[in-house]
Write a protein that binds this ligand. Structure first.
Ligand code: ZN
Ligand code: ZN
Length: 280
C-alpha cells in the first residue's frame, strides 16, 4: 500500500470537491455532539449500562466513518503509485493502451480522471466527498465509509425522530419546522436557534442515510459481478461473490469491518488484468 503525501491528499481538486468534503467534515462531528449531548441524556440515564453501550457504539461508528474516509483519500490508487513497467508477454501487453493526457502506456481497466488528472487503476469513479478517485487500492475504504455512514445516519435519524416528534412533539409539530426542513439556510438566518439547528442536523442525517443506501445499491454489481462503474453489467472479471468480495476487501475480508487499520492484502496487483471471458 502506497500513501499519497498528506498535503496532496487533503487538498480538494475542485470547488465541488471542497464543499462536499466540508459537509462531511462538519456534519459528522456536529451529529455526534448532537447525539451525545442532546438526544442520549433524554433517552437513557447518563452512566447507565445502555447509555455506555450506545456511547461506545457511537464512537465505533464515528471512528470507522472518519478513518475510512481518510484512508480513501490517502491510499494512492493511481498509475503513479509506482513506476509501471509494461509487461513483456505480448498477450498482456496487447491489453495496455496509450493515455494522451498521462503520456504513458496504461494498464487495462485504468481510466483517466479529468479532475485528478491521472489514470487510476481499476477506476470506479471520482468521489466528491473524498476528493479523490475510487479505484483498485482504496475501494475497500470507500465501501466501509458508505456502509458506516448509512448505519450511523440511520441510527441518529431514529433517535432524533423520537426526540423531535415524540418527546418534544408539542414544540416541533408546528409549521415553522416544515419551513426549516424545506429552506434550512433561510430558516436559520431569519430565526437562529438551537431548536432549528437540531432540525437541520436531523435533515442532514436523513439525506446522508438515503444517499448512502442509494450508492450502496448502485455499487452492488461491483461486489456481485466484479465490475466497475464504467462496465457495471460485464461478467468479464466475475469470480463469484466470494472471489469478487476478496478482490476489493482483501484476503482477510472477514475482519476488515473492524477498522481500516486491519491489514488485508488484495489478491491482485491491479495492473495485469486478463478477462475470464471474451466479453468486456
Ligand atoms: Zn491518463
Ligand atoms: Zn478523480
Amino acid at each position: 500500500m502506497i500513501l499519497r503525501p498528506l498535503h496532496r491528499a487533503l487538498l480538494p481538486r475542485s470547488a465541488g470537491d471542497g464543499m462536499c468534503f466540508m459537509l462531511i467534515a462538519a456534519g459528522v462531528p456536529l451529529t455526534y455532539i448532537f447525539q451525545v449531548t442532546v438526544i442520549m441524556p433524554e433517552l437513557h440515564n447518563v452512566g447507565s449500562f445502555w447509555y455506555t453501550i450506545i456511547w461506545l457504539a457511537g464512537i465505533f461508528l464515528v471512528f470507522n466513518i472518519t478513518s475510512n474516509l481518510l484512508a480513501c483519500m490517502l491510499v494512492d490508487t493511481s498509475i503513479k503509485m509506482h513506476i509501471l513497467k509494461p509487461p513483456l508477454e505480448p498477450q498482456l501487453l496487447s491489453r495496455w493502451h496509450m493515455c494522451d493526457r498521462c503520456q504513458a502506456l496504461v494498464p487495462p481497466r485504468s481510466w483517466h480522471c479529468e479532475t485528478c488528472d491521472v489514470c487510476v487503476l481499476k477506476r470506479n469513479h471520482h468521489c466528491r466527498f473524498t476528493c479523490c478517485c475510487i479505484g483498485h487500492h482504496n475501494y475497500r475504504y470507500f465501501f466501509y465509509f458508505l456502509f458506516y455512514m448509512g448505519l450511523g445516519a440511520l441510527y441518529v435519524t431514529i433517535n432524533a425522530s423520537i426526540y423531535l416528534w415524540y418527546l418534544h412533539a408539542d414544540f416541533y409539530w408546528r409549521p415553522y419546522t416544515l419551513v426549516t426542513i424545506l429552506v434550512p439556510a433561510i430558516s436559520l438566518t431569519v430565526h437562529a436557534s438551537w431548536e432549528n439547528f437540531y432540525v437541520v442536523i436531523y435533515e442532514l442525517n436523513i439525506l446522508a442515510f438515503l444517499m448512502s443506501v442509494l450508492m450502496l445499491i448502485y455499487h452492488r454489481p461491483i461486489l456481485q459481478r466484479g465490475t466497475v462503474v464504467k462496465d457495471r453489467l460485464s461478467n468479464a472479471y466475475n469470480l463469484g461473490l466470494r472471489g469478487n468480495m476478496e478482490m476489493v476487501l482483501g484476503k482477510r475480508m472477514y475482519w476488515t469491518w473492524l477498522s481500516p487499520f486491519v491489514r488485508s492484502e488484495l489478491p491482485h496487483d491491479g495492473v495485469n488484468w486478463l478477462p475470464l471471458t471474451k466479453e468486456e
